[in-house]
Write a protein that binds this ligand. Structure first.
Ligand code: ACO
Length: 311
């Protein structure tokens, strides 16, 4: 019966036994996984755009190679994640259509513009740093295909984070103009990065069930706090000023206390009205349309091969 199935399912989750595509699962578990994994896939794919903007303007060949490799990695992450979503019964066309129609969400962070070269450093250090903190626990998510995809993604993200920090360090130790550029990028990316972790726990509608089902292992606020605690000493090491007048270290708790996030800005961006939302979706749609001939050629080749094999 349904009750027994649900009980058996939850027992497996509680015993850390992975749920696999053909196993029984509650509809709501399937639905929330499709939601989270597809949003995550879209974030990886849209996330290529702000950095791709600087590939042709990288200051050295070496920096260009690194940036190119990193942006390519993000494409790979998106593809693993679309595949993981497909194992739950949703097609690639459906998920991509939802992105193009504006129905699907993707991370707010990728709707901010990349104005200077220092933004490449700030994104790698902060945005990829936040992504790692959020995603390492997802390697233990209860759904097998998602958890397995996350293992390789996290390894690559840690390379991304280190290249970003190294870039920031070069600028922070450079000329006064370079240092000012690093500070300016830090000022612009700090608060949007804190928003990546999602709304406050009290406002996070999905957390409770996602924790019960062990998709999420930590709440939004827990991960945000951890991010602040690890990033402040890194900023200090770079000699940068933290753009938060309310920031202070609490000796008793051992944690940093930080100022209030601008939640109006967060929801504005999530709802599609950030600086670059429209441009990002339009760019993705154009890329999809421009790539139609590749998909058609691949399908035609597949058909030809099938015919040849039948001969
Ligand atoms: N940007 C856009 N939307 C967001 C963001 C954000 N930063 N944070 C939360 N939301 C959305 C949620 O998707 C949810 O919308 P929905 O119910 O319509 O799907 C709503 O705001 C409320 O949030 P929560 O209930 O807290 O949602 P959830 O439990 O899914 O937690 C989180 C959000 C932490 C982002 C979670 O989905 C997650 O860990 N996802 C996987 C990681 C990921 O997607 N990272 C993307 C950026 S990293 C990168 O790509 C490099």
């Amino acid at each position: 019966t349904q009750i027994n199935l649900e009980e058996h399912f939850q027992n497996k989750i509680d015993s850390e036994i992975r749920i696999e595509p053909k196993d029984w699962m509650p509809d709501a578990y399937r639905k929330t996984l499709i939601r989270q994994i597809s949003q995550h896939a879209h974030s990886e794919i849209v996330g290529m755009l702000p950095e791709a903007n600087w590939i042709t303007r990288a200051p050295t060949l070496n920096r260009k190679k690194i940036l190119l490799a990193k942006v390519q990695d993000e494409a790979g992450h998106g593809l693993y994640l679309y595949c993981a979503a497909e194992t739950l019964g949703v097609t690639r066309d459906e998920t991509i259509n939802d992105l193009h129609s504006g129905k699907a969400k993707y991370s707010s962070i990728f709707n901010y513009p990349t104005l200077t070269w220092a933004d490449m450093g700030a994104i790698g250090w902060l945005v990829d740093g936040a992504a790692i903190l959020n995603q390492v626990p997802l390697c233990r998510a209860s759904y097998g295909p998602y958890a397995r995809a996350m293992v390789r993604i996290c390894k690559e993200e840690s390379f991304h984070q280190r290249q970003g920090y190294e870039l920031m360090m070069k600028l922070a130790q450079g000329s006064p103009e370079q240092k000012a550029m690093a500070q300016d990028a830090f000022n612009r990316w700090w608060w949007p990065t804190l928003m990546m972790f999602g709304p406050k726990d009290a406002e996070s509608g999905n957390t409770e069930l996602s924790m019960k089902w062990r998709i999420k292992r930590f709440t939004n606020d827990e991960l945000r706090q951890r991010f602040v605690d690890v990033s402040i000493p890194q900023a200090e090491y770079l000699g940068l000023t933290i753009p938060d007048p309310d920031l202070k270290f609490n000796e008793e708790t051992g944690h940093y206390e930080f100022g209030e996030i601008d939640w109006d800005e967060f929801w504005k961006v999530v709802k599609g009205n950030g600086a670059c939302n429209k441009e990002r979706v339009e760019t993705r749609k154009k890329a999809f349309d421009d790539g139609a001939w590749v998909r058609e050629a691949a399908t035609a080749y597949h058909e030809k091969r099938k015919l040849r094999e039948e001969d």
